[in-house]
Design a protein around this ligand. Structure first.
Ligand code: MN
Length: 226
């Protein structure tokens, strides 16, 4: 059994990664840039397999089955406790900590899947499609120390957003997901991307940060054809 885990910042612990849950359309401006009306379409979620996880600093292999790989910069919530049908008011008890992640997406395959009414896994769940920093322990109160999410591509800012602008808050997301799926220690929730998603190319250097968060997520985009 492969061991999927993330380091915990300032601790000897590791965080064993279990499910990777990704929220769609959780920022109004991003929903609009994808052609949707955020007021009428509540957020939904999908999964990535554990094999999508990549560590901070790992190279990102541009998949050879896509011609349009895009970055989605996201705040990641790490779950530390098991629960189903969690109410938003109890959600704080289930938060282990936070991280910064990228929901790397083959937009061409996702668009094709949407058109054909098929699931999104081919475009969303490929190997290495969920790079993530180490986890910083903390509860919902600790969120206040964080500011904007910022992504630079080759040193140029390409994406910026603030977690306060989420359509659904973290407690609401935990309530919504756990209504359908049991949350367990080790689960990661990628909470959706703000506006500004865009393509990456082989040779790019990406750096994702969250103001007030000690680690930056860095990766280099390399060719898969070697
Ligand atoms: Mn996403």
């Amino acid at each position: 059994m492969p061991n999927y885990s993330l380091p915990v910042i300032n601790g000897a612990d590791i965080f064993p990664v279990h499910k990777i849950i990704c929220i769609g359309r959780n920022y109004a401006e991003h929903a609009r840039e994808m052609g949707h009306d955020p007021d009428r379409e509540p957020p939904f979620f999908f999964f990535k397999p554990q094999s999508a996880l990549a560590q901070n600093g790992d190279d990102f292999y541009y998949p050879d089955f896509s011609h349009q790989v895009e970055h989605e910069l996201e705040l990641v919530v790490a779950i530390g406790k098991s629960g189903t049908k969690i109410s938003a008011t109890d959600a704080a008890d289930y938060v282990f900590g936070f991280a910064v992640g990228l929901d790397m997406t083959c937009r061409d395959l996702q668009k094709e899947a949407k058109k054909l009414g098929r699931p999104w896994e081919l475009g969303k769940g490929f190997d290495g499609s969920a790079p993530c920093t180490a986890i910083q322990r903390g509860g919902l109160d600790d969120l206040e120390q964080f500011g904007d999410l910022v992504l630079t591509r080759n040193g140029r800012e390409v994406q910026r957003g603030n977690w306060r602008d989420m359509v659904w808050s973290i407690p609401e997301l935990i309530a919504q997901v756990s209504r359908y799926i049991k949350l367990e220690p080790g689960d990661l929730i990628f909470t959706g991307t703000p506006a500004g998603v865009g393509a990456v190319e082989v040779g790019d250097q990406l750096e994702a940060s969250l103001q007030g968060f000690s680690q930056h997520l860095t990766l280099r985009v390399v060719s898969d054809a070697q």
